[in-house]
Design a protein around this ligand. Sequence first.
Ligand SMILES: Cc1cc2nc3c(=O)[nH]c(=O)nc-3n(C[C@H](O)[C@H](O)[C@H](O)COP(=O)(O)OP(=O)(O)OC[C@H]3O[C@@H](n4cnc5c(N)ncnc54)[C@H](O)[C@@H]3O)c2cc1C
Length: 617
Amino acid sequence: MVQREFDIAVVGGGHAGVEAAYIAAQFDLSVAIITDPSVVISSTPCNPAIGGVGKGQVVREIDALGGLMGKLADLSAIQCRTLNESKGYAVQSTRFQVDKEAYSKNAIDQLSEIDSIRLVSARVVKVNRLKTAGFLLELDDNSDLQVKSLILATGTFSRGITHLGDLVDSGGRFADFSSPSLGQLFPEVKLKTVRFKTGTPPRVASPGVDLKGAIEQKSDSSSLNFHYAHNPSDRFMGQVSCYKLETNSRTLDIIRDNRERSPLFNGQIEGIGPRYCPSIEDKAYRYPEKNIHNVFLEPEGIDGKTFYPNGLSTSLPAEVQRDFISSISGLAQAKIAHYGYAVEYDVIETTQLKPTLEHKDVAALFFAGQINGTSGYEEAAGQGIVAGINAALKVLGRPEFTVDRVRSYIGVMIDDLVTAAKDEPYRLFTARAENRLFIREDNVINRIGPCRLRLELDLPVDNYIKGFLEQYELLFGCIKSYQLSVTRDKGLISSYKIVGNCDGLRLSEAIRQSDLDIIPFLAGFFLSKGIEVARPVVRALAISIKYEGYIKRSERAKGRLEQLGVKKINWQILIEAENISFECKQRIQREKPQTFLQLQRINGIRPATLAYVAGLL
Ligand SMILES: Cc1cc2nc3c(=O)[nH]c(=O)nc-3n(C[C@H](O)[C@H](O)[C@H](O)COP(=O)(O)OP(=O)(O)OC[C@H]3O[C@@H](n4cnc5c(N)ncnc54)[C@H](O)[C@@H]3O)c2cc1C
């Protein structure tokens, strides 16, 4: 007989749902992923890339917590890069372009290996609260399913409406289904919602694409895999290149001439879109003097059949999309495989949620992913893992689990979500984190590995993580005690000799002052002492030591921020300042804050902006 009772049900097989189910099953509970069969598991409806600035850190945090995204990204990667390479190790992030079909297939393979996870192909049409506890879910095949904890991860599908020119259709994605509104899904519960929108570019078929004049970006063999237990630079698929093209005055003229036909600008779309991810229409109308915009052609798969033209998100009519695509040098003969479109959808107002992502008034009901008003696969997966853990703890009657913002980007995101209502789709940026010099990619195992989940929640701790931490602790002490005799070139260290414990420069001080590349420098030191150290450990040690002083300073600055509340500010000066983002300036102009505390309280003002203004006071 088909099983009809589960400990946990996850509605939605996107990045949030999959991550929630994968972690919840690690608590030895039965988990159903109920997902509409029209959408593949872990699909990438927009850019098929995992990671990026701020997001690469989230993928590694998920990985250190025992999640899936890092493994899937490594297994499916077809183009690897380290972003912010020129800006120093502390702010570097990994971004992998993935083969979208391989990514979904790898997710299904990983989930199928777990006996306690069941994939239920159906649509949930109604959720009833049970008198005892838990929920009864009604499915569109007229069956139902009873669960103790429920995680809703329905992405852009709640009352989704797509727009392609004047072609308006219901659907969470183009030509797909639309999920009932949250009011219809939960008739007994009052849930506050907001309407958001997002968009995607047309996909370009590769026959006809001429890449002769394009700038090629090759895959970087030195970028490090996301999953800690994978050999850092192993690649599991062939590697391909991305290509940089540009728009021109003809492209932008076509877009400007069709302003009245853009659903974004003719009043057809009411939902609020992300200002940080502008469509090509936004760029054309907001910057009338600018005609050259970068377009990155990113292959969607190893077969190279289609490209994702990053930078050309649009919902203009199909014929306008054809015209402006063919105006771009290299794409004159290219055909469009799928047209770009925009989607409007309902999201829950997340101030109704606890930091565990459980609803404040409905016990055992959790929300994760784009339904919480975020945008992006990594943000969705990061919430999925927190909701999955807490849904499991709820069933087991154990204390709640939260991740604080001091320790992780996942913590920053969830704190931002539950403390203030959002007026646009939320995406993680490094500027949202107060201590971004601490929450880096390299030290994720130190920050997350030993935290409550795997040790305090009695989940098995991987030997790799144990070994990493042991080696790190041991060598950290050793670096502090060793001393070197150094040679300097124009004041900067150019070579060194170990002098043991007599008068010399401490090794840790040498790393801070070194003009050499600190990672090979430290690796060379260990080699000279005959100590074998794993590459990721050397990396974490070198970067942690290099930035120790900055981190302490930024902690002091944070303390100062808290005392600044009463100080007066001049908002007119701030909206002219170079160091403040366009979005923050818009918010400052709207709210006209008079004191620093008022500025702090404006929804969406970034910690980096606060730090900058604090420096002026
Ligand atoms: C057009 C478009 C453009 C986007 N552009 C960007 C972008 O530029 N940058 C970016 O970072 N992100 C973008 N995204 C967002 C990104 O795709 C999502 O943030 C991410 O996939 C969200 O993951 P999720 O798990 O929350 O939901 P989704 O991946 O949307 O998954 C939702 C799942 O829920 C299932 N489902 C929904 N309702 C029901 C129901 N009633 N019963 C059963 N199953 C149900 C669906 O079948 C699906 O499997 C875009 C998405 C779309 C659709």
